[in-house]
Ligand binder design. Structure first.
Ligand SMILES: Cc1ncc(COP(=O)(O)O)c(C=O)c1O
Length: 396
């Protein structure tokens, strides 16, 4: 019987041996075989990418991580899924597996801060040049392609500023020039966007965010097509990347309610935006909510839903009053990450010269415009609106 993805997420794995509705957590370094012949045969199966229920050694994963791989493979419609111990591990796995001295990579200027750091700083030490392109101008990307371009690294929408790009145009350009493509799809999740189906070679998600959904686990998933599989597998094995069985279990548990949670995040976010858009201290809301905007049109073109992360742009000559606004929120916590059950707020510094992160090359906001990122959680939206309303009064 053909099942919808919502049904699939509720029943992906069971524990048939112990009759539990949930899979067992198999913690293993040693995996036992009945004979050397069985071990050798299994080794061959793993190498030839046959369906397996266990690996030959715990460094490559256990039954629990294989179950998670299977779920993500189905969600992403992927050839294979690599699991990493943090989300960022998935990004570094892709870059370190595929970039070699003399290569250039084209990186969307609005990528997550640490993605920018690895591209700009670490890869440089391996003689790989990262060139940042303006996510609002496809021609800028086009003009920066050279014979050395190995990969285009896109994050959609961009971290903190939420620009949406025309994804199939990027794929078309990359295919014409034989360039690999990687999309950080953490915001939309493969429930709302399937990058591999559009033609990207790799689709990355930080499983720390919506997949786990409870702010208590970390992990990354790198879903790939057949073209890049071998090279990434080579590096994956030799670099020791791995996700623990305990994290895999928590992420499987989170995924069961991914569809339900995302719907509620989206519903709550729409309600919060309805309040924010009438508030005179807010200059702009960075989220695909205005049907006349370019970002909305590009979101609509590719996504079947939206999630709970957005930014607000506050115009104020007094940055201290914006900090006061954030500090005085009671329900919204102050902290990094997002995608959990709870609402969060954080003032983001994205300009060059910032003390905290590497600044952007293409930043369109003035000194008096401050970006506060909000993650809208699963609380009662009326309480969230009241919290924002009372705290926004501090802005001068
Ligand atoms: C868009 C995006 N990609 C990647 C990451 C890295 O994920 P992790 O924190 O799980 O290492 C983050 C973390 O905030 C993120 O926001």
């Amino acid at each position: 019987m053909k099942k919808s993805i919502s049904t699939f997420l509720k029943h992906p794995v069971k524990d048939n041996t112990n009759r539990s509705a949930n899979p067992p957590v198999i913690r293993a370094s040693t995996i036992l075989f009945n004979s050397m012949q069985e071990l050798y045969q299994h080794e061959k199966k793993v190498k030839s990418h046959k369906k397996i229920s266990h690996y030959t050694y715990g460094r490559y994963g256990s039954t629990t991580t294989i179950e998670l791989e299977k779920i993500i493979k189905e969600l992403e419609q992927a050839y294979h899924v690599f699991l990493t111990g943090t989300g960022f591990g998935g990004i570094s796995l892709a870059l370190m597996s595929l970039c070699r001295p003399g290569d250039e990579i084209l990186v969307s200027d609005n990528v997550y801060g640490t993605t920018r750091e690895i591209s700009e700083d670490l890869l440089k030490e391996f003689n790989v040049d990262a060139i940042f392109y303006n996510p609002d101008k496809f021609e800028d990307l086009q003009n920066k392609v050279t014979k050395k371009t190995k990969m285009i690294l896109v994050e959609n929408p961009g971290s903190n500023t939420f620009e949406f790009q025309d994804l199939s145009k990027i794929v078309k350009l990359a295919k014409q020039k034989n360039i690999l493509t990687l999309l950080d799809n953490t915001w939309g999740t493969p429930l709302y966007l399937k990058p591999l189906k559009i033609g990207f070679d790799m689709s990355f998600s930080s499983a720390t965010k919506y997949f786990s959904g409870h702010s208590d686990a970390m992990g990354g998933t790198l879903a790939v097509n057949k073209k890049v599989f071998k090279k990434i597998m080579f590096f994956y094995k030799l670099s020791g990347y791995r996700m623990s069985a305990d994290e895999a279990y928590l992420i499987i548990r989170g995924l069961r309610t991914l569809d339900v949670r995302l719907k509620k995040h989206f519903d709550n976010t729409k309600k919060i935006i309805n309040f924010l858009k009438k508030h005179k201290k807010i200059k702009e809301i960075l989220y695909p909510h205005k049907p006349s905007s370019k970002n909305y049109k590009l979101w609509k073109k590719y996504y079947s839903g939206a999630t709970g992360l957005l930014s607000i742009v506050i115009k104020s000559k007094k940055k201290s009053s914006v900090i006061k606004f954030v500090n005085s929120l009671e329900i919204f916590g102050i902290g990094y990450s997002w995608g959990g059950f709870e609402s969060l707020a954080i003032l983001q510094e994205l300009r060059k010269g910032s003390e905290y992160i590497k600044g952007r090359n293409f930043f369109r906001f003035t000194r008096d415009e401050h970006i506060v990122r909000l993650h809208i959680g699963l609380e009662d939206p009326k309480d969230l609106v009241n919290d924002l309303k009372k705290s926004l009064k501090h802005i001068k």
